[in-house]
Design a binder for this molecule. Structure first.
Ligand SMILES: *Cc1c(COP(=O)(O)O)cnc(C)c1O
Length: 458
């Protein structure tokens, strides 16, 4: 008999999570105005709100915390992190920041000006925010296949080269500070970008003399997908693959809260000395001196170890395949989910799951609330509430997709938790036709309403 899969780690410390009754949760979610962001964590059994900063550190990372060097300048923890980043990414220059958006703030302060355009593949919210804040524009050049939840394309994060070249042709070079490729592409569902595509984007950027930057929050998961799916990479290590794709670019921003396997942190890595020098000034202004940039010495040490652990095959297999295990269970139960499964999350397709709830009544939010009530599981709506209102007409903007994201924290939950989530969803799916009504908005903020919106049940 073939031996079944088992995780390549054992547990040294546990954190209790509280179970509650359905009646208690009905009351709690009502008290929270049907906004899952308003729930305190003790009222959640399995928290799938995000995989950002929610992972479990290893014993080796905790050990590194104890020998953190808190010197203001030139600490040994900084030097450890710097040499790890250089070894794994191949980039020459390195600046620590307190998280990913801080890396964007620093780098974009050096590179982006009003009137610029920044093409890329489905820019992440904070990336887009930092571009638009500077009166520049983010142009989405993702392949069309990315927007069909049942299309099985293996690299749905890929950049459409024709769309990208059109941007290069229709804007003066001075107005394109860089092209940004997000690996894996968070906003299109944690979907990877192939090396073939990265190489082609790099060649196109070189032809038009445009800088290529990677938004690298989940670069290790991207490398894992390349190893599993792209011809010619089966025998390469994750570290070899990552080094290869980084070699096609000029720099990167990183949210270490994802594939850095730490709870807080970020960085910038670059090849160009001029850009590094410019970014250094902003780093000192916004983040801190260049040898800590908003991070504790101990946290830089833990990040150095985390980057090495996150780029090992065994860890990545346990991580990505656990997400896929949940996805496959749901598919077996006929629950509609985005496919192929993303690296960090499973996305429920609410348009197919609860078509009986009118879109004006926020069907994806209704599904996320039901999952909380039935199982104490907290996911997040990626649908009409998140899409906000049109700034001019103040009408709701209805996106093509109404999704509920179930983001899986790294090394935190077991296969039993995955089974529990799948059955909770199956039970909701079996009674889906009884769901006729959703929610009304009672109160909302003018922008970013999803964090504070108050709802009432219809
Ligand atoms: C999380 C994330 C960011 C922002 O990082 P923070 O650490 O949350 O500030 C940027 N880009 C991508 C793709 C991300 O997933």
């Amino acid at each position: 008999m073939k031996l079944p899969y088992a995780e390549p780690y054992k547990i040294k410390m546990v954190e209790a999570i509280k179970r509650a009754t359905k009646e208690q949760r009905l009351q709690w979610i009502k008290d929270a105005n049907y906004n899952l962001f308003n729930l305190t964590s003790d009222k959640v059994f399995i928290d799938l709100l995000t995989d950002s900063g929610t992972g479990a550190m290893s014993d080796a990372q905790w050990a590194e915390m104890m020998i953190g060097d808190e010197s203001y300048a030139g600490s040994s923890s900084f030097l450890k992190l710097k040499s790890t980043v250089q070894r794994i990414t191949g980039f020459k220059y390195f600046l620590p920041t307190h998280q990913g958006r801080a890396a964007e703030n620093v780098l974009f302060s050096a590179l982006v000006k009003a009137g610029d355009v920044v093409p890329g593949n489905s820019h992440f919210d904070t990336t887009k925010g930092h571009i638009e804040f500077r009166q520049a524009k983010a142009i989405d050049c993702t392949i069309d296949e990315a927007f069909d939840t049942s299309n099985l394309h293996p690299f749905k994060g890929n950049v459409d080269l024709n769309k990208l070249e059109t941007v290069f042709k229709t804007h003066p070079k001075e107005n394109i500070p860089f092209c940004i490729v997000t690996i894996t592409c968070n906003s299109s569902g944690g979907q990877p970008v192939s090396i073939e595509n990265i190489k082609a984007v790099s060649a196109l950027c070189k032809r038009y003399d445009i800088t290529l930057i990677f938004d690298s929050a989940r670069f290790a998961e991207n490398a894992y997908f390349i190893k599993k799916r792209e011809v010619g990479f089966q025998d390469k290590t994750i570290k070899e693959i990552a080094k290869e794709f980084f070699s096609y670019g000029d720099g990167m921003t990183m949210s270490s809260k994802k594939d850095g396997l730490v709870n807080m942190g970020g960085f910038i890595a670059l090849n160009d000395e001029e850009t590094y020098k410019k970014a250094t000034t902003f780093n000192i202004m916004f983040e801190g001196f260049i040898t800590y940039g908003g991070m504790n010495g101990r946290d830089m040490g833990a990040l150095a170890v985390g980057l090495d652990e996150a780029t090992e095959f065994d860890y990545l297999e346990s991580r990505v395949e656990q997400v896929a295990y949940l996805g496959q269970k749901l598919v077996d139960f006929d629950v509609p989910v985005q496919q192929p499964f993303g690296g960090h999350a499973i996305f429920l397709d609410a348009n197919k799951f609860v078509p009986t709830i009118p879109r004006e009544e926020y069907r994806a939010q209704a599904l996320a609330i039901e999952l909380y009530i039935v199982g104490g599981i907290r996911g997040v709506e990626i649908g009409t509430i998140l899409a906000d209102r049109d700034p001019v007409t103040r009408e709701n903007r209805y996106p093509d997709l109404e999704l509920v994201r179930l983001a899986i924290p790294r090394r935190v939950y077991s296969y039993n938790h995955m089974d529990y989530i799948a059955v909770a969803l199956k039970n909701i799916f079996d009674t889906r036709n009884e769901a006729k009504h959703g929610y009304n908005i009672v109160e909302e903020a003018p922008i970013m309403r999803h964090f504070t919106v108050k709802l009432e049940k219809i």
